[in-house]
Design a protein around this ligand. Structure first.
Ligand code: M6R
Length: 369
């Protein structure tokens, strides 16, 4: 049932190209509109939205963090992302023109469900992104976009994350279109870029072997740090979460710009730092800033593991290990930059002798608050 792989996690990592193709399948209608699965909201309701809140936990929260960049950029609607477990306790300002997007692989996460119920009590509209048909979160939502990623068995979320990202992009495009900010041809252009992603992922996975070697190299490090900017920041957080939950190692993700405000003091001789570098083509200024961050930490002894776009030679002099990913538009880059981090965590956990699919103290679906 593991299809020849040692772990479900490796199988699910390998399934990612197909999983995101399935998320995209049939989503673009003949009129060039994005089709949701269940919509109990009118287009007018969506036009009235003046604020978006995304609520989710763990990896799904990281997908929400990426979504914020895309949704605000494409729709110009303010968008906040919040840990579902914090949301209702701080009494957020919600009304019928607020759209709350709940992201959950299982559809049964209690923290997310309680956030959703709170939103509904306050008359907000709720849209679910979910992988599990007929689960509680989509049942209680006003609209649903299923990710169609197929069952995810490993506790660590991999293909669910990538399909959540794709679903978030589709929702951003849908909102922008309904509100008249993006037109069919622009939406089709982004969808076409998304449709290239399965092939790019296949290419990336075919060359993933060096990440395995690297895993054996750093498996005994006392701590591993991850840095990123823009959509690379949530990717850094996701890389650190994967390493914590699977390898039981101390790991932390930072926004690279925050380093100088404190975390750089953590860098010691040999500290592995995984650096998620944005495309030089997309937001060139950010690219150059992170390259100088990398220079800085390396000068302080860090062992730099650089995830950069193919052809980016500016990082070469400062990378102890260089992992190239296929060229991808900036907002979509997390679909490729996350994958080496998943493999890294999986391989380190295996090298340390842990149960990759069933890490200690964790459950696949967290149904208590
Ligand atoms: O089923 P959900 O997407 O609601 O689950 C949310 C988190 O519990 C989940 O993403 C968790 O963080 C994973 N173990 C991370 O790999």
């Amino acid at each position: 049932e593991k299809g020849g792989y040692d772990y479900f996690m490796l199988k699910e990592i390998a399934e990612q190209p197909q999983a995101i193709a399935d998320t995209l399948l049939g989503r673009l209608t003949e009129n060039g509109e994005i089709a949701l699965d269940e919509v109990r909201l009118s287009d007018q309701d969506l036009r009235d939205v003046d604020k978006v809140f995304i609520v989710a936990c763990g990896t799904a929260y990281h997908a929400g963090m990426v979504a914020k960049y895309a949704i605000e950029h494409w729709t110009r609607i303010p968008c906040e992302v919040e840990l579902a477990s914090e949301f209702r306790y701080r009494d957020p300002v919600l009304d019928r023109s607020t759209l709350v997007v709940a992201i959950s692989q299982s559809g049964e996460t209690m923290d997310t469900l309680m956030a959703l119920r709170h939103a509904k009590e306050q008359k907000a509209r709720v849209l679910a992104i979910c992988n599990t048909n007929g689960s509680t979160i989509p049942r209680e939502s006003d609209a649903v976009l299923y990710t169609h990623g197929g069952p995810e068995v490993a506790v660590a979320s991999t293909k669910a994350f990538l399909t959540q990202l794709v679903a978030c992009y589709l929702i951003g495009l849908h909102l922008a279109q309904v509100r008249g900010i993006k037109y069919a041809d622009e939406v089709a252009a982004v969808v076409a870029q998304l449709q290239e992603m399965p092939d790019k992922l296949r290419e990336l996975l075919a060359g993933i072997e060096p990440v395995r070697e690297l895993a054996r190299d750093i498996k005994t490090a006392p701590t591993v740090l991850f840095i990123g900017r823009h959509v690379g920041f949530p990717v850094a957080l996701e890389g650190a979460l994967k390493l914590k939950e699977l390898a039981y190692m101390h790991a932390e993700g930072f926004a690279a710009g925050e380093l100088k405000h404190g975390p750089i003091a953590l860098i010691d001789q040999g500290t592995p730092v995984v650096c998620v570098v944005p495309s030089p083509a997309g937001r060139g200024m950010l690219h150059d800033k992170i390259v100088s961050n990398i220079q800085e930490i390396r000068a302080r002894g860090a062992r730099t593991i650089v995830i950069a776009e193919e052809g980016d030679t500016a990082v070469t002099p400062y990378a102890d290990h260089l992992i190239y990913v296929p060229r991808t538009p900036t907002l979509l880059a997390p679909l490729v930059t996350t994958v080496p981090l998943q493999v890294l965590a999986c391989e380190i956990a295996a090298a340390r002798g842990h149960d990759v699919d069933q890490p200690r103290n964790l459950a696949k679906s967290v149904t208590v608050e």
